[in-house]
Design a protein around this ligand. Structure first.
Ligand code: DC
Length: 220
């Protein structure tokens, strides 16, 4: 069984995808991690984010492994665990340069399909999973939430991680990321054909996961 979950940053899709995969006892494929791994590699190798040819070559040569784990996917780059490094603010801020390149997306879509084939049954999460990568998925979800609630959730996460935050700045960042994700020329964030839309604005993560699970069980 292939289940795809797409949606904007902070919609709650990652936690919902993880919880759903856990409840169904199948793997969870975090495709954002593949974009983050290339971003990290480019930053470490000091490849300019404007040099698309060099970035594509970097993606082609990259040695990335995703290892399903119950809490979060572990990511290996050149055999080393970079699962924490790919979550840094610097990687988050630069990942859109990697995500906007059609040549890099081609390499990563191939990698994601290969990972999917190895996993067999899985819940895949990203921006283009139901629309581009797994258009024949059995069940597709599109998860949304208001920018304000997504900013509030992000603030809570950052405060919990001991960081100082300014709500207005976080909100501005979220609106800007939405604009970039949905207006880019290749594989823009969009509701895939046949996807079930779930609005998590007034949900807890448990409620969202429960809604997804109920829908999957009705379809089986
Ligand atoms: O979901 P995330 O924040 O980990 O995603 C990291 C970056 O990758 C972000 O710029 C969106 C992009 N992305 C994408 O373009 N397509 C995907 N399937 C997953 C993520």
């Amino acid at each position: 069984m292939i289940i795809t979950i797409d949606g904007p940053a902070g919609s709650g899709k990652s936690t919902a995808a993880r919880k759903l995969a856990e409840a169904l006892q199948i793997a969870y494929l975090d495709t954002g991690a593949t974009y983050r791994a290339i971003t990290l590699l480019a930053l470490r190798r000091k490849v300019s984010m404007d040099d698309e040819a060099a970035l594509i070559q970097l993606a082609r040569d990259a040695d990335i492994h995703l290892i399903p784990a119950p809490d979060a996917v572990r990511v290996l780059l050149d055999g080393k665990d970079v699962s924490d490094d790919i979550r840094s603010p610097e990687v988050s801020d630069n990942s859109h340069y990697i995500a906007r390149s059609p040549g890099i997306r081609k390499v990563l879509v191939k990698l994601q399909r290969k990972l999917g084939a190895e996993l067999g049954d899985f819940v895949s999460e990203g921006r283009d999973q139901g629309s581009v990568v797994f258009p024949d998925a059995d069940i597709k979800f599109y998860i949304v939430a208001s920018p304000e609630v997504r900013a509030r959730r992000r603030c809570e996460e950052l405060i919990a991680a001991g960081q100082d935050v300014v709500y207005e700045q976080i909100l501005k960042g979220i609106i800007e990321r939405d604009r970039r994700d949905s207006t880019r020329a290749t594989a823009p964030l969009t509701k895939p054909d046949g996807a079930v839309e779930i609005n998590t604005t007034s949900n807890t993560v448990e409620q969202t996961a429960e809604q997804l699970l109920t829908h999957v069980e009705q379809q089986r």
